[in-house]
Each structure stands twice: as structure tokens, then as C-alpha cells.
Design a protein around this ligand. Structure first.
Ligand code: HEC
Length: 97
């Protein structure tokens, strides 16, 4: 049982480390804790739920979201991400308080 707990802690830390690295490229516009409105246009990421963030990232990647006229700019940011990375990013961003 102890071994399993240890494994879970390590793998969670690994996942977090990974997502926080991915988020570095988003931080420039969205703020290091998702507190900024990107280019003074976007909604604030902080406070949004995992599913809200994931759905939006997914829609941007497919070119289906354009809330403030910058959908194509966001598409460039996320189009190359794998689905797993989008989920991890969403889970990471949703921890911003
Ligand atoms: C060059 C600046 C820039 C970078 C870098 C960037 N974004 Fe954005 N983001 C924007 C802009 C501008 C919008 C508004 C787009 C629109 O018109 O719909 C936006 C919108 C969003 C939204 C929707 C927010 C809302 O509720 O309105 C999410 C989620 C998001 N970005 C996630 C990310 C993630 C994750 C990354 C990193 C992989 C990222 N962004 C990188 C500029 C950026």
C-alpha cells in the first residue's frame, strides 16, 4: 500500500511538472497564475473549471472558438498540443486560486 501511495505522489508530481512547463508559454499572455486578460481581450483563466478550460482549448485547436476576434492567434498556441497535454494543462490551470 505504501508503495502505491508513493507511486501516485511521484507520478502526480511528474504530471504537474510537465503541465507547468507547458504553461510557461501561456503565461506571457495569460499571467503566471492565469490572472491576466490576454492582450486585454480574453477572459481570465483563474477561477475557471477544468472542463471549461479544456473545452475552450480543444475548440481553439480545432479553429472553432473565436470569442474576441483572436481565435486564430489562440489556435496557433494550442494546435500542436496532444489531447493529453490539453487535459493536463486544463487541470493545472484550474488549480490557480
Ligand atoms: C500571444 C498571447 C497568447 C498566448 C501565448 C496564449 N493565449 Fe490564450 N488567449 C489569448 C487571446 C487573445 C485570447 C482570446 C481569444 C478569442 O478571441 O477568443 C485567449 C483565450 C484563451 C482562453 C479562453 C479564455 C476565456 O475564457 O475567454 C483559454 C482557455 C486560453 N486562451 C488558454 C491558453 C493556453 C492554455 C495557452 C498556452 C498553451 C495560451 N492560451 C496561450 C492570447 C494568448
Amino acid at each position: 500500500m505504501k508503495k502505491i501511495t508513493f507511486f501516485i505522489i511521484i507520478s502526480t508530481a511528474w504530471l504537474w511538472c510537465d503541465a507547468s512547463t507547458l504553461y510557461l508559454q501561456c503565461a506571457e499572455c495569460h499571467g503566471s497564475h492565469g490572472e491576466k486578460s490576454a492582450l486585454g481581450k480574453s477572459g481570465i483563466l483563474k477561477g475557471q473549471s477544468v472542463s471549461q478550460i479544456y473545452t475552450q482549448i480543444k475548440r481553439y485547436a480545432k479553429g472553432k472558438q473565436n470569442s474576441y476576434g483572436y481565435g486564430s492567434l489562440m489556435k496557433m498556441q494550442v494546435a500542436r498540443l496532444k489531447d493529453k497535454e490539453m487535459k493536463e494543462l486544463a487541470e493545472y490551470i484550474a488549480t490557480f486560486k
